[in-house]
Ligand binder design. Structure first.
Ligand code: GAP
Length: 421
């Protein structure tokens, strides 16, 4: 993991947010290559799940969320993790993640044999939502000014379900997809970008007839596994956890966690959850607005059930980076150690699709042709032009950032072209 983190920084994939001032815990900035990679991932997800399907439409909801929305969904009352503090060193932990009592930072100097572990408080619930105040009345103690940064993109979809249905002429079953930021004040952000306080989700709420919920949950699981293999995360590195009833959210009839073998352990990438009619029923009851669906053919009226494939964009990206990272040993017998770092991205998400490399920079005709090729390709894809250093070194630079294609402009090319034409 350390090698991946180091390469991500040196090549401009991911930087610690606010690094100049010591870093903002749980927040990350994507650099030039990271931003391209993330865009490509999101675009690929959008293309597969929205543009190439007739039964899913997209939306882009606001991050600032009405407190009533999150009260109805249960987040205001119950979106919390159990937290414990050490009474001595004041460090804070998530109680459900502690396998044993941690070592206390203040007790490190105690003589051998003495208890050096933390003295933990009783667990208390800590709400993970970021609260803010909106508008000119924000200085006063106006409870109506309270708003939240959304903790998941899903609720924005549920509260717009009727507007989307009425405006898009969809019929059940149909889905609403969204990619966007979510915020959680995680007690212990950790494992690089894996558990962050600001992150992006790629979520689909798929509305269906109650009879179809279980079947569609299984179908979505297969669909999502296929997606991961297309972006370079092989099936054999994924694990499916059929979440036992006791561990599922109380409203879920079935949940699969899709987990990936990260270098720090097998951890969740995505949840595929059958959320029943819980969310729409809650929003109907709290808002007093009708959210039933009427099927004109069967004359049936019902609250749609929902199957939700909910993926983390940053987590998927981290899995893609882990999967792409490779080392090639080019050491010749008896020679100096030569380990080459290589990134192997699938072309659909690679940050740079093609590098255009004139063989020699002091040959004006090669440089001119290379620039012509670059200009031809640029409207269609992200192109990198490089004429500095020996061609071998330039190839190696592209290997390190996972560029799948190179066009080397050599003197042979005009000769070959003349013959092909
Ligand atoms: N709407 C359902 C929902 O939000 P979740 O399991 O809490 O369910 C879905 O989150 C996905 O969002 C997770 O599988 C994970 O990929 C991502 N995610 C959740 N919390 C995260 C965090 N603190 N940092 C990065 N990604 C996170």
């Amino acid at each position: 993991m350390e090698k991946i983190v180091s390469l991500c920084k040196s090549k401009g994939f991911i930087f610690q947010s606010g690094e100049l001032y010591g870093g903002l815990n749980g927040c990350w900035d994507y650099g030039p290559l990271g931003a391209e990679l993330k865009r490509n991932l999101k675009e690929y997800w959008w293309r597969k799940n929205v543009q190439e399907r007739d039964d899913i439409v997209g939306m882009d909801g606001s991050i600032l969320t009405h407190q009533a929305v999150l009260t109805a969904s249960g987040h205001v009352g119950g979106f919390s993790d159990p937290m414990v503090d050490c009474k001595v060193c004041k460090k804070r932990y998530r109680a459900d993640q502690l396998e044993e009592t941690p070592l206390c930072e203040k007790k490190a100097q105690l003589p051998k044999g003495e208890d050096k572990t933390c003295e933990l408080t009783e667990p208390k619930e800590f709400n993970l939502m970021f609260q803010t105040k909106m508008g000119a009345s924000a200085d006063d103690d106006d409870p109506n000014a309270i708003a939240y940064l959304r903790p998941e993109t899903a609720q924005t979809i549920f509260v717009q379900y009727k507007n989307v249905l009425d405006s898009s002429r969809q019929k059940i079953p149909f889905g609403i997809a969204q990619i966007g930021k979510a915020f959680r004040n995680e007690i212990n952000p950790r494992n690089y970008t894996f558990r962050s306080r600001e992150f992006e989700q790629m979520e689909i709420e798929y509305f269906c007839h109650p009879d179809d919920g279980m079947r569609l949950t299984d179908e979505w699981l297969e669909n999502r596994l296929q997606f991961y293999s297309e972006i370079g995360i092989p099936r054999e590195k994924l694990h499916i956890l059929d979440v036992p009833a006791d561990d599922r959210a109380h409203y879920s009839k079935k949940t699969y966690d899709i987990e990936y073998e990260f270098p720090f352990g097998i951890q969740e990438l995505e949840g595929v959850a059958y959320r029943t009619d819980y969310d729409l029923t809650k929003h109907r009851d709290h808002s007093g607005r009708p959210l039933e669906y009427f099927n004109p053919e069967t004359k049936e009226r019902f609250i749609p059930h929902v199957v939700e494939p909910s993926a983390g964009c940053d987590r998927t990206l981290l899995a893609v980076l882990c999967e792409a990272y490779d080392e090639e040993d080019l050491t010749k017998e008896g020679g100096k150690t030569d380990i080459r770092k290589v990134m192997r991205f699938k072309p659909c998400i690679a940050p740079i699709k093609v590098a255009v490399l004139p063989l020699l920079k002091n040959k004006p005709e090669l440089v001119a042709k290379a620039k012509e090729v670059k200009a031809l390709l640029q409207p269609h894809m992200n192109v990198y032009y490089d004429e500095a250093a020996a061609i071998g070194r330039r190839y190696r630079r592209q290997d390190e950032v996972g560029t799948p294609l190179r066009v080397a402009i050599t003197e042979l090319l005009p000769w070959l072209l003349a013959r092909i034409v």
